[in-house]
Design a protein around this ligand. Structure first.
Ligand SMILES: NC(=O)C1=CN([C@@H]2O[C@H](COP(=O)(O)OP(=O)(O)OC[C@H]3O[C@@H](n4cnc5c(N)ncnc54)[C@H](OP(=O)(O)O)[C@@H]3O)[C@@H](O)[C@H]2O)C=CC1
Ligand SMILES: Nc1nc2c(ncn2[C@@H]2O[C@H](COP(=O)(O)O)[C@@H](O)[C@H]2O)c(=O)[nH]1
Length: 328
């Protein structure tokens, strides 16, 4: 990473340039993506946040061939969750932190011969020895689990986690809709998340997951263009019937609450707060939103003159401006 400022851009600064279409119909475009030993319908994963996913939604996503990552904020339920998923012949995908209880969970899983297909180490500042140690621990005792580690912002951090044994890294510090990291600390990728994804993906030897800052479905295609294998989405996948929480009324409109994992609402105390709670419009069923994401990706592939997601990576693009308005 250069020490001095360098040119960056974000999602709204970029447009992809259409190429000659080779499909007769958009539904011919393939949106499936591989991660570890699994192939999923679309390269999208709902954020592992308590206002986005719960066990019921995780089951539905697994049954319907979507990638999911269960959050880590009801730690006492994680062991049973893995058991329940396996009883239903579904893959298990859980999150851990780096505390004693997280190590104990790994020990419990090992003793019970339960191997989650995916384990995500979910820490605000993933470029840390604590994460390196947890990766090594999981890789020693549950070597068959696919380990996703994050979050990070730079190629050095990606290499650090890959060298520790991570199978994929998650990029994005502070670009999320419920994030206040930029305001509170002055650090992060808010406003240049797409450029950070690009830098990290170019340096990475393993898949990169772009996390945060997706505001429109077109941003998914842009993330893939700049090297992401998968995109993690919070706010756009919140507000549905299937997301946790009740539907409320605000100014005559139906809304649901979307809160950050480092918000006071999640933490229950005002300590190291880097997130906030907001309301998002009530959006009906998540099935419709996911279907629309798939259709829009199929359309994006057709504009790319391609047949599958890999073809998105080849398209040219223009930078419309060089401003930094995104994030908080
Ligand atoms: N993607 C993003 O931009 C961000 C995401 N989040 C999300 O919020 C949740 C809470 O995360 P988190 O704040 O990590 O809280 P955790 O309580 O999960 O912290 C995990 C561990 O990392 C340590 N830690 C966290 N941040 C730092 C730091 N800046 N420097 C040194 N040590 C650190 C903590 O120590 P201690 O508490 O003692 O400092 C703790 O031991 C997670 O789900 C995370 O993904 C939070 C902020 C930014
Ligand atoms: N800085 C913070 N980041 C957070 C917090 N809770 C979640 N997150 C990150 O945001 C994305 C989702 O972003 P969105 O733009 O799609 O809404 C999520 O996956 C986390 O990485 C938080 O409290 N503070």
């Amino acid at each position: 990473m250069p020490n001095n400022p360098f040119n960056v851009f974000d999602y709204e600064d970029i447009q992809l340039i259409p190429q000659k279409c080779i499909l007769e119909h958009r539904h011919q475009a393939q949106t499936s993506v591989q991660l570890g030993n699994y192939t999923f319908q679309i390269p999208v994963v709902p954020a592992n946040m308590a206002s986005v996913i719960d066990e019921k939604l995780a089951v539905w996503l697994a049954q319907n061939n979507y990638f999911y990552i269960m959050h880590r904020f009801t730690p006492q339920t994680r062991f049973n969750f893995v058991q329940k998923m396996h009883q239903q012949q579904l893959y298990a995908s859980i999150s851990v932190g780096v505390q004693k209880a997280d190590y104990e969970l790994i020990d419990q899983l090992v003793q019970a011969h339960l191997t989650p297909a995916f384990i995500t180490i979910d820490i605000a500042h993933g470029y840390a020895p604590s994460v390196q140690h947890m990766i090594q621990y999981i890789k020693t005792y549950l070597p068959q689990s696919f380990v996703i580690a994050g979050n990070v912002a730079t190629p050095e951090a990606v290499h650090f986690l890959e060298d520790a044994g991570a199978d994929a890294t998650k990029v994005g510090i502070g670009p999320g809709r419920a994030c206040i990291t930029k305001i509170k600390t002055g650090f992060g990728t808010a406003g240049w998340q797409l450029a950070a994804v690009r830098m990290c993906a170019k340096a990475a030897n393993k898949p990169v997951i772009a996390d945060g800052g997706i505001r429109t479905n077109g941003d998914i295609a842009k993330s893939l263009r700049f090297g992401a294998q998968m995109v993690m989405i919070g706010s756009l996948l919140a507000g549905h019937d299937e997301n946790p929480g009740e539907i409320r009324q605000k100014n005559g409109q139906k809304v649901k609450v979307y809160f950050g994992s480092a918000s006071e609402m999640q933490k229950g105390e005002r300590k190291n707060i880097e997130g906030k709670a907001i309301t998002v419009p009530y959006r009906g069923s998540i099935k419709t939103t996911l279907r629309e994401m798939k259709e829009d990706l199929q359309s994006a592939i057709s504009y790319a003159g391609g047949r599958n997601l890999a073809d998105l990576r080849k398209v040219n693009y223009v930078i419309l401006k060089n401003s930094i308005y995104n994030g908080d």
